[in-house]
Every structure is written in structure tokens, then in C-alpha cells.
Unconditional design. Structure first.
Lengths: 539, 666
């Protein structure tokens, strides 16, 4: 529908318009959310899509959601015949989701009262603190997805009142079904309300845009924005010397066996096109580090987005010059009923490491050493010290991730104590955690000396120590405990992370992935990995 | 007499008010020592020097001053050598921040460098829990060691920041007392901001420590120079003023005072002109500040200076890095960009005579929206050929004519501004159509009507004092002090009586401080505010306190975020008291007669709007009488600002000399 020639001025105006909508959705979620993951840690993503479900603009939220969000929209389109006012909910990793705690809401936007099909879609995805399953916080060390929590295929959560109305009514059957399957229903209810509000905000804004500029221009410029991003990404790929670049790395293990889980990549650059082929990576595993295709795609999109220096809008244009080959049934394209909780948070980081590593073979000056390569997921749950009106202990479920060392860059040290690559969530303030959970933080500091040595040093990791004030179920999903983040161009690797239990003054090393019940008075110390160094240090 | 003094990067502005009325004055700023320009200007306005002021006996004169000394100290990293004392085990809180990296996709992202060196952070063994109970007591021997360590590193000032001090400041007080007894200058986190969330509270405290010695010296010098000739008050970021003596102790409260004064000035002139719901739009050379005034000025506790959160109440201003000096470029994908690079004051827009880059101001000139011969009231002429030369290569690149390009540059700049206005209105639950746009700063009046068009705003006000609105704001600012305390309790577990008890110490302190500033009785006003959220949320809404605050909170949440739930439990996060000493409000001069008249243009020149050339009347602001009215397109050139009235708009001049623009058609 390109009826108008693209005018560089209107182009810039529309860029502002679409990005502002995605950002406003994010503001709404953050300000009204209830999960610490949403309100404190900003673990969510919001985006606007065209009629085909292709991204027009995605806010700068969570990179791991980049490739996955459009697949959610696609799954919603395929599964549900959406009408005005409808909102589809889903979290099924094998139908548009990533891992179960990430719940996505997709809304169609019909611009004309008589339109038969939507002109836009909007979606937001937020990490909920609990979606049921075998352990509080729903990030278990599981063997199959059915243990990980409630699986929601794409279904209607809100039913629209039909054409001419933009209102909808929450489907109470679906609503109560979801709330009956989670440990902290009150919080879920608040988070889902916030997610509904975020989509409604975007719908209103898009209708304003169409009213003001007309549908043809709004749609035409959306396409122009995608084409533009594609051009810029192609220009960046063209600058990479043609060739085949290989790289391999591995996860420490899957949480059940000690065997490392290898991920290998062969990157073929030819002109303005790149093929990222993961053939040869290990098969999917018993534990929960399986990545579905959405995650693998996100990691590739992120890596190529990093090569673009311009401040372009993130949208469907990034994916167009890329072909991603991930064999079905492998660790990078797991199939049902694989457990996937850690795929999103751990395997995604390793996939990024190998893709960036391969790119580093082509452009050593522009790519960094490995960053911490894990998100250090910790989930706490149990009966809190608070009581409800009937004197019953109120349950709690809490999830957080920890930053670490960033890999060194040519001529520039890595940052210390930050989230890297696929995540950029904030920490929860110590004073906030202690107010809401039966836990005390006894140390929160940088892990001096953990960054790899080199011409430029890797960033340092973090040390965070928890004292449990009541018996608590604890799940750790962490990696880079055995296999260190690699250095680049002769730089030393960063230090491995370390998980330690301190009980009655005795320290015990814990595995990277473990689920256990700790006693009141136990201390748990997490030391996160440092980043790799860059370049051999001149003596 | 009262004088407002605004120190800017290029000029120091003065507004004086006394029995005879209002006068303004400008002096070139003296960045090496801003007080030189101030004293020079004050002398020119007839304020006696300290030495001559002993006699007289009439009431003392007052000077209200706002400066960027503190802001610049942070941005240019010229503040004090600060030591930080933190709960042991948490020495890196300031360095870790919120553990995020500043840019998502930039491999070469630069580190954030805190204002305190890691080597100047000292842990002290102690610990409170979230109820304020002692988990680990302080050890006196530990503090002795601390004193020696801090002496050894030679810090100018010490920030004491301990966990959970907002519920129980005892440990911070003990440490501070010991350090002070040893002759060190100290500020504690609870003195600065007794609110929970350690990083934000500590960051605010560190910024305070970083700027305090500098502000103390600067204000001390200024006070000494003024002597008894005049009292000195300082503008704060919350839009109120405060005595210089009080400001010297809590300098962090002054860091964003310049833009804040502009909003106060905007509110004052808008109210005098009969407008109570306005969006202030201050477009300068490098940046634009936007704020929403809905009867009253809105403050936020969510501000930053540079990279650092500063959680003291600050007027809710959204700033975008685009202004008259923003440079137009074409990026690698062939899109036109305006900003964030700016030609600034040096070299300035191409048409000023030394720069070569095409800026927004050049674009306005090329469109005929500026009279090159009468810029700044004729103090400057503009070189249109230089502007054309700057535009030509970009126009060729984009296959546009120079005129089309110029119009495009203005449109792209306006799109940035429009987004900024949406942030302060739509994102906060306000419909911009319910507001008027009050435009000031050198470039505000040139863009306001077109931006208003895009947002369906019907009225634009370009005030007579557009060039000195910040100085005017300082002059009229009330003395304002903020007090807060964290509560963190469910509303249903707090009776009105219990809340009253909690408010008492804040109210007492407020009354005491106001008395010290010379305000009592009807001139002293304390209002109570409360921060509320649904249990489980992390962001609270601040609303006026009344026993029915619960229902008011639901309404406000619904309005701001689109949903509310009256059955969900709510929690009181903080209570606040705002103490105001009401300043005597000067009456802005107004014309006695208001007679409709059709003004005579000083010239009729072609100007470009909506892709066409229009015969456009140019007026000199000084020659427009109250009651003058005409239709656009028109350009009104004043000594301090320019107003552009596009086709489809008309304007009239009100009693105060403001240009009021109204849309006549769509």
C-alpha cells in the first residue's frame, strides 16, 4: 500500500510516533505492575506490529524478546480470529512464547468501524513472578515443560464487544483458571491488569495516528521504517569481509548430567546477506536449558543489531538480511516436551557468545571478549512471615537475576556489575527486598579481580549474599560456573562464577543449577562471572 | 526593591520590581566567577554596594538568584573530593547503581563514572533491619579507625549512607557526630532524603556532598559582597526559593533551579493573562524544557543530574536535546536528522556569521520567519546567504529544494518537541487539548503555533517577558521547603490519628524553618501530601493528604494509568509536608487602555508555510499597542523573542503586552 512516495521528513516524524507508542506502553507497565520483575527490574518488552505481524517499532527493553515477540503475534494470528477489542494471552514456548513466566498479550487494532482485518497489532510481554509448576517462582530445574508451570496456548483473555466498540470484557473463565494455577494470584491479577492497560494505551495512540495522518500514510511509513532498518543492517553486513567464520562454546551442563552442552555456529557472509547455521550443536537435553527457535533468533538479531552504529529503530528490517538455521530437536530449536525455563535466560547468552565470537573472527577490532554469559537466576519461595486475616502464612515467590562482568573491548575495559547482552534488567533495592521478603542481604558488592586480564580488562562480577530468615525453597539457574567467559585477541578469560551455601559457618560449593530447601539462618553467596579481557597485556 | 537574577551560559538576566514597576536588564555572563556579572548588573539597577548600605534605614532590598553553578559542577565534574561511609558489605552500591548498562546495543558503551572514587569509600560495620531494629551494633573503635582513614585521604566532605536509615537514623547520626567532632564536614542520607531505596537515596546524598562545598563558597562570597544591602535568596529545583544560608547546607536542592524558575515565571505570566492550564515550552539554543501547569506546578521525585538520580522534589520538566541551534544532518540510511548535535552559542547557527552547519534557526531564516535586519531587536543581523550555503549540500543529498528542506528541518524539530509535550501531558493522564501553550526562550515563539496545531491546542501565549522569564520566576517564587518521611504501611492499618502523629514532627520542623526565613501567620503555609500505591506496586502517586485520600488515589490512578481497583489494598509509602513562605507578588505592569486596533506592519515579506509562499506581515513587538490584533501569517520581532503566527491563526496583544495567538481554522 505504498501510495505516497517516502518523504525524509515525514519519515522522521513517523519514527518518533511509533517509538513513542512502544515506550508509552512500557511506562504504563512499569508504573502499574506488581511483580518486582516488572516494576523494579523492568523485565518486559512492548512493540507495535503491522497487519502481517511484522515489527514496526519495539522499545529498547529486553533483547531476548526481540525475535520472540513477533512469533507471539504470529501464533496469536494463526490460532485466534481476533475481533475489535479482543486480547489474546499466551505463554506456550512452542506456540509463540519463550519460557512460561513470560506472558504475552496481543491485541489487534482495527482502525475503521467496518474493517474486517486489523491494520496493526500491539503486544507486550512481561515476566511474572510465578506461573505455578513444581517450584515457587516457576524457574525450576525441571525435566519437562509440564513441571515448569501453567501452559497457556494463544487464547482470548478479553473478548471484544464487536465492531464499532473498542471495549472488551475479561473472560472470567480463563482469568480464574489462570489465577487458580499460580502461587500468588493477587499479584498475577495486578500484573495482567497492567498488561491489558498497556495494550489499550497503544491502541488509542494508533487510532489517533490514523485519524491524524490517514491510514495509507501510517501504513506506508511503517513499511518505510522497516525498509530503512533493513538497508542499514545490510550496509553493516556488507562491511564484513565475505567468508565463513566458525565458533563454538558450551554451557556447563543441563543441571542433571555433568556433560557440557555444546553450541557451534558457522557464519557465512556473502555480500549483504548472512547465514547463521547452528548445525552440529548438541541435541536438546533433559534439563531446562533448552532454547526454542524464538530465543535463538533473538540472539542472532541482537548480535547483528549491535553491528549497526546508527540509532535505527529496531523492527522487522533487522531480520530480513539474515537466514538462521537451527536443526529441530537440537539445543537451539528444542521441541515439546522439553523443559525451557533456562533457555531464555542462560542458553540465550551462550548463543549470543558464539555468534559474537564468530563475528569476532571477521571483525576482531569491533567485537568484544565474552561477557559474563549468564543471568544468575535465583528464585526464592515459601511461606512468608506475614499472615492473612485467617492467620495463615501468606506465600511468597520471588525471582531475580544478577549482573556481572562485561567483556573488554579494544582499548576499553568492560563495565563491572552490569547485565550484558540479552538482559538489561535492574536490581531490586536491598531495602525493598527486605521489606517484602523474609530474607536479608548481607553483602552486595563488586567481585574485585574477577575480570579477565588483558590490554583492556574485563569487567568485574558481583557478589550478593542472602541470609534466609525462614525455611525457603531456592532454585539456582546459573552458568559459567565451570567454563569461563572467553578472552579476545590474547586476553585472559574472566573468572568463573561460584555459588556457595554457608550453614553453621561451614561453606559448601553448590552446583550452577540446583533446587533445594534451605533453613532459616542459612547464607547463600552468589559470585557472578567476570568478563573476558581483550588483547595480550604488554609486559 | 526585589531583583531576580538568572545566570545563564551567555547572559545574566535581571528583573527588578519596585513601587515604580518592572524593569529588565541583561549583562554578559562571567563564567569564571558568575558573581562579577551579578554585582555589575545589580549596581546598574541601583542596588547599593555593601559599604554604602549601612545608612538608609528603609526596608532591606531582596535579591533572588538562580545559578547553574551546582549543575555545572556535576556535569563538568568540578565538584568536591567526597568520601563515602557506607554499611560494610555495601561499599559498591553507588558503583553498581541499578546494574544496567546505559545503552542496549552499543558494544563500546562507556562506563558510568560515579562522583565518588572507589578508593574514598569506607565500610562501617553496622546493620539495621527494615523495621529499624539493630541487627549489628556500631563499634566505637570502628569509627575511630574511620576518622583516621578519611583524614588520610584528604576528603573535603563526607557522605554517610547506611542501610535502612530512613526508618531509624540513629547509626547515621552517631557516625556523623563523631566525624563532625573530628572537624570533618558531613552530610547524612537521612538529612538529605529520608526515603527508602538505597541507591537513589545515597546517590542524592553523594550529589549533595559533591556540590555543597562549591556552593557554600560561591554563596558565601556573594552574601559578603551584598552585605547588608540586600538579603539573598536562592532558587531551588522545586520552584521555590530559600535563604542563601539554608541553601548552603543542602545544595542538592538547587541543582535544577534554572529551568524550574522558568516554569514559575511561566505560571505567573499565564495567570496574570488569565490562563491557568498551560504547558510551558522553553525552547533555547541547545535544549527545550517542557512542563505542565494545571492550576499548580507539578513536581516529581524522579529526577537526574547527568547520570545520577537525585530524588529531591523537582519541578516535573521534560527536556529534549533540540533547540534553535540543533544541527540538521542526513544519516547513512538517507533520513533527515535534527540534533542532538548543536552549534550552541559558539560557533552558533550558520547565519550568525561563524558556523557552517545548518541549524533550526537557519531554517527559520530561510523560510522568511525571521527578519534578518531586526534580530534581537536589531542588535544582530543575520546572514541569509550563509544559511543557504549550509543548506545546499543537504538539499542536493535529499533531492529537495532549499525551501522544502528548511520546512522539513522545522517539521522534524517540531516532531521532537511534540513528543516532549506528549510525555508531560498524555503520559501523565492529561489531554493537551485542555491546555494553552506558553512559549518562551529565544526560539519558542517561532515554533509554538505549528506544534499547537499538531496537538490540537487552540491557544498559544508568547509573553512580553519571554527573554527573562526565569529571572521573573525567581522574583515571584515563594519560599518553599520540602519534608518527607517513609512510612511503608498499609492504609487500613493506619488510622487518621496515627498519620497525624507522623506528620507532627515534619510540620513542627517546617514551621520552625519558615520562621527562620521570616514567615509566620498568614504568610506561612504548610500543606500535607501523601505517597500512595497499591500494595505490591513500586511506583507511588503523590496526592494532597486528606482523610479520604484512598478514594482520591483510586481516581488519580485511573486517570493516569487507565485502571483502578478500589478493592485492592493500598499502602502509604511516604508522607510529605511542603512549607511555603508566600512572597509578596508584584503586579505585572498592564496597560490602562485596551482598544482594538489594526497594527501597521513594519514590512511585508514573503514567508513559507505549508509548502507555499505567503505575503507575511512583520511587526515590531515594541510598536504593538495593547489591543492590537491581526491575522496570520505574521512575524512579530521583539528584542528578546520572536513570535511566528502561521496562516490559519490570528493574534492579539493583551494588556501586559503578551502576544496571544488563537487558531481561526483547521
Amino acid at each position: 500500500m505504498r501510495v505516497h512516495p517516502v518523504n525524509p521528513i515525514d519519515f522522521e516524524v513517523f519514527k518518533n510516533v511509533y517509538l513513542a507508542i512502544a515506550e508509552e506502553m512500557g511506562v504504563t507497565l512499569c508504573r502499574t505492575g506488581f511483580s518486582p520483575n516488572i516494576k523494579e527490574r523492568l523485565d518486559y518488552s512492548c512493540a507495535v506490529y503491522d497487519a502481517d505481524g511484522e515489527t514496526i517499532a519495539q522499545g529498547d527493553h529486553m533483547p531476548v524478546h526481540l525475535g520472540a515477540m513477533p512469533l507471539s503475534v504470529r501464533a496469536a494470528i494463526d490460532a485466534v480470529n481476533m475481533r475489535p477489542g479482543d486480547i489474546v494471552i499466551l505463554n506456550d514456548p512452542f506456540q509463540g512464547g519463550t519460557h512460561l513466566p513470560d506472558i504475552t498479550l496481543v491485541s489487534p487494532v482495527f482502525v475503521g468501524a467496518k474493517d474486517k482485518t486489523p491494520t496493526f497489532y500491539v503486544a507486550n510481554r512481561a515476566h511474572h513472578s510465578d506461573v505455578g509448576g513444581m517450584s515457587p517462582g516457576s524457574m525450576p530445574v525441571a525435566r519437562e515443560i509440564y513441571q515448569e508451570g501453567l501452559i497457556i496456548p494463544p487464547i482470548l483473555l478479553v473478548r471484544g464487544h464487536g465492531h464499532g466498540s473498542r471495549e472488551g470484557t475479561i473472560d472470567t473463565a480463563v482469568w480464574s483458571m489462570i489465577l487458580a494455577n499460580v502461587r500468588t494470584p493477587d499479584e498475577r491479577e495486578g500484573d495482567l491488569s497492567a498488561q491489558i492497560a498497556a495494550n489499550r494505551v497503544a491502541e488509542r495512540r494508533l487510532l489517533e495516528v490514523v485519524r491524524k495522518y490517514g491510514k495509507a500514510r501510517a501504513v506506508g511509513y511503517a513499511r518505510a521504517l522497516q525498509d530503512y532498518t533493513e538497508r542499514v543492517v545490510k550496509a553493516a553486513i556488507t562491511k564484513i569481509p565475505d567468508g565463513v567464520y566458525a565458533f563454538a562454546d558450551a554451557l556447563d551442563n543441563d543441571g542433571f548430567s555433568d556433560a557440557p552442552v555444546a553450541i557451534t555456529v558457522k557464519l557465512t557472509i556473502k555480500g549483504a546477506h548472512a547465514t547463521v547455521d547452528f548445525t552440529g550443536s548438541d541435541p536438546q537435553v533433559e534439563g531446562s536449558v533448552n532454547a526454542n527457535f524464538a530465543i535463538t533468533l533473538s540472539a542472532c538479531l541482537y548480535a547483528f543489531r549491535c553491528l549497526v552504529e546508527e540509532d535505527v529503530l529496531y523492527n522487522a528490517g533487522v531480520a530480513r538480511p539474515l537466514t538462521v538455521i537451527a536443526p529441530a530437536g537440537s539445543i537451539v530449536n528444542a521441541q515439546r516436551p522439553a523443559a525451557v525455563a533456562g533457555g531464555n535466560v542462560e542458553t540465550s547468552q551462550r548463543i549470543t557468545d558464539v555468534v559474537l565470537g564468530a563475528l569476532g573472527r571477521a571483525l576482531p577490532d569491533r567485537l568484544p571478549a565474552a561477557s559474563q554469559g549468564t543471568m544468575n537466576n535465583i528464585t526464592l519461595g515459601g511461606a512468608s512471615l506475614r499472615r492473612d486475616a485467617n492467620g495463615r502464612a501468606i506465600p511468597f515467590a520471588y525471582y531475580e537475576t544478577m549482573g556481572g562482568g562485561m567483556g573488554a573491548r579494544k582499548g576499553l575495559d568492560g563495565l563491572s556489575g552490569v547485565h550484558t547482552h540479552m538482559s538489561n534488567t535492574r536490581n531490586t533495592p536491598v531495602e525493598a527486598i527486605e521489606h517484602y521478603l523474609p530474607v536479608r542481604i548481607t553483602q552486595y558488592s563488586l567481585r574485585a579481580g574477577s575480570g579477565g586480564d588483558g590490554d583492556a580488562r574485563g569487567g568485574d562480577g558481583i557478589v550478593r549474599e542472602y541470609e534466609l530468615l525462614t525455611d525457603t525453597s531456592v532454585t539456582l539457574l546459573s552458568d559459567r560456573r565451570e567454563r569461563a567467559p572467553y578472552g579476545a585477541e590474547g586476553g585472559a578469560p574472566g573468572a568463573c562464577g561460584r555459588n556457595t551455601l554457608i550453614r553453621d559457618g561451614v561453606e559448601t560449593r553448590l552446583p550452577g543449577k540446583v533446587q533445594m530447601t534451605l533453613k532459616a539462618g542459612d547464607h547463600l553467596r552468589i559470585e557472578t562471572p567476570g568478563g573476558g579481557g581483550y588483547g595480550k597485556r604488554a609486559k | 526593591m526585589r531583583i531576580g537574577v538568572d545566570t545563564g551560559g551567555t547572559f545574566t538576566d535581571f528583573v527588578r520590581i519596585d513601587a515604580r514597576g518592572l524593569s529588565t536588564h541583561k549583562v554578559r555572563s562571567t563564567p569564571d566567577d558568575p558573581s562579577r556579572a551579578i554585582l555589575e548588573g545589580l549596581a546598574a539597577l541601583g542596588l547599593k554596594r555593601a559599604a554604602d548600605a549601612a545608612s538608609g534605614g528603609a526596608q532591606r532590598d531582596a535579591v533572588v538568584h538562580g545559578s547553574t553553578v551546582a549543575t555545572n559542577a556535576v556535569l563538568e565534574r568540578k565538584g568536591a573530593r567526597v568520601a563515602l561511609v557506607a554499611t560494610s558489605g555495601f561499599e559498591d552500591v553507588i558503583h553498581i547503581g541499578r546494574q544496567t548498562r546505559p545503552e542496549l546495543y552499543n558494544i563500546f558503551v562507556a562506563p558510568r563514572v560515579p562522583l565518588v572514587d572507589r578508593g574514598l569509600v569506607f565500610g562501617v560495620r553496622e546493620r539495621l533491619d527494615h523495621t529499624g531494629a539493630v541487627v549489628t551494633p556500631l563499634d566505637p573503635a570502628d569509627i575511630d579507625r574511620l576518622v583516621a582513614d578519611i583524614r588520610a585521604v584528604g576528603a573535603e566532605i563526607v557522605a554517610v549512607c547506611l542501610l535502612h536509615s530512613y526508618v531509624n537514623p540513629a547509626h547515621e547520626q552517631v557516625v556523623a557526630a563523631r566525624l563532625r567532632a573530628a572537624g570533618l564536614i558531613v552530610c547524612t542520607s537521612t538529612e538529605v532524603l529520608p526515603e527508602y531505596r538505597e541507591f537513589e537515596r545515597w546517590s542524592t546524598t553523594v550529589v549533595n556532598a559533591y556540590v555543597t562545598p562549591l556552593m557554600d563558597r560561591y554563596l558565601g562570597r556573594l552574601q559578603a559582597s551584598l552585605g547588608r544591602a540586600a538579603s539573598l535568596a536562592i532558587m531551588q529545583s522545586n520552584g521555590g526559593s530559600i535563604s542563601a544560608t539554608a541553601a548552603r547546607a543542602q545544595a542538592v536542592r538547587t541543582v535544577l533551579s534554572g529551568p524550574a524558575a522558568g516554569v514559575v515565571g511561566a505560571k505567573e505570566v499565564a495567570a496574570a493573562a488569565g490562563f491557568r492550564h498551560v504547558i510551558s515550552f522553553d525552547m533555547g539554543g541547545t535544549s527545550t524544557d517542557v512542563s505542565l501547569i494545571d492550576n499548580c506546578i507539578r513536581t516529581t521525585n524522579d529526577a537526574r543530574v547527568g547520570d545520577f538520580p537525585v530524588r529531591v522534589p523537582v519541578i516535573d520538566i521534560h527536556t529534549v536535546g533540540a533547540g534553535g541551534g540543533s544541527i540538521a544532518t542526513v544519516d547513512s540510511g538517507g533520513a533527515l536528522r535534527v540534533g542532538p548535535r548543536s552549534a550552541g552559542a559558539e560557533p552558533g547557527p550558520a547565519c550568525y556569521g561563524s558556523g557552517t552547519a545548518l541549524t533550526v534557526t537557519d531554517a527559520n531564516l530561510l523560510l522568511g520567519r525571521l527578519d534578518p535586519a531586526y534580530f534581537f531587536g536589531g542588535r544582530m543581523t543575520l546572514d541569509i546567504e550563509r544559511a543557504r550555503d549550509a543548506a545546499a549540500p543537504i538539499a542536493v543529498d535529499l533531492k529537495l529544494s532549499v525551501a522544502e528542506l528548511a520546512e522539513g528541518v522545522v517539521r522534524v524539530a517540531n516532531a521532537n518537541m511534540e513528543r516532549a509535550i506528549r510525555v508531560v501531558s498524555v503520559e501523565r493522564g492529561h489531554d493537551p487539548r485542555d491546555f494553552s501553550l506558553l512559549a518562551f526562550g529565544g526560539a519558542g515563539g517561532m515554533h509554538a503555533c505549528e506544534i499547537a496545531d499538531a496537538l490540537e491546542i487552540k491557544t498559544v501565549i508568547v509573553p512580553r517577558q519571554a527573554g527573562v522569564l526565569s529571572a521573573l520566576g525567581m522574583l515571584v517564587a515563594d519560599v518553599t521547603k520540602d519534608y518527607s518521611a517513609s512510612v511503608l504501611q498499609r492504609a487500613n492499618e493506619l488510622t487518621a490519628k496515627q498519620l497525624d502523629v507522623r506528620y507532627q514532627p515534619l510540620l513542627k520542623q517546617a514551621a520552625r524553618d519558615l520562621a527562620n526565613e521570616g514567615f509566620a501567620g498568614l504568610k506561612a503555609k504548610c500543606t500535607r501530601w501523601i505517597d500512595v500505591r497499591y500494595v505490591g506496586q513500586s511506583y507511588e502517586i503523590t496526592l494532597p493528604y486528606a482523610p479520604g485520600y484512598r478514594a482520591a488515589f483510586d481516581r488519580l490512578h485511573g486517570k493516569t494509568y487507565g485502571y483502578a481497583n478500589k478493592d485492592r489494598a493500598v499502602e502509604v509509602v511516604n508522607i510529605r509536608v511542603v512549607a511555603m513562605g508566600l512572597a509578596a507578588k508584584p503586579r505585572l505592569p498592564r496597560a490602562k487602555n485596551l482598544k482594538a486596533s489594526t497594527p501597521k506592519p513594519s514590512a511585508i515579506r514573503p514567508a513559507r508555510f505549508n509548502g507555499k509562499s505567503w505575503k507575511t506581515s512583520t511587526y515590531r513587538w515594541e510598536q504593538l499597542a495593547a489591543g492590537a490584533r491581526a491575522s496570520g501569517p505574521a512575524v512579530i520581532m521583539g528584542a528578546e523573542a520572536t513570535a511566528v503566527i502561521p496562516p490559519g491563526w490570528a493574534f492579539h496583544v493583551d494588556r501586559m503586552g503578551n502576544v496571544i495567538c488563537a487558531r481561526t481554522s483547521r
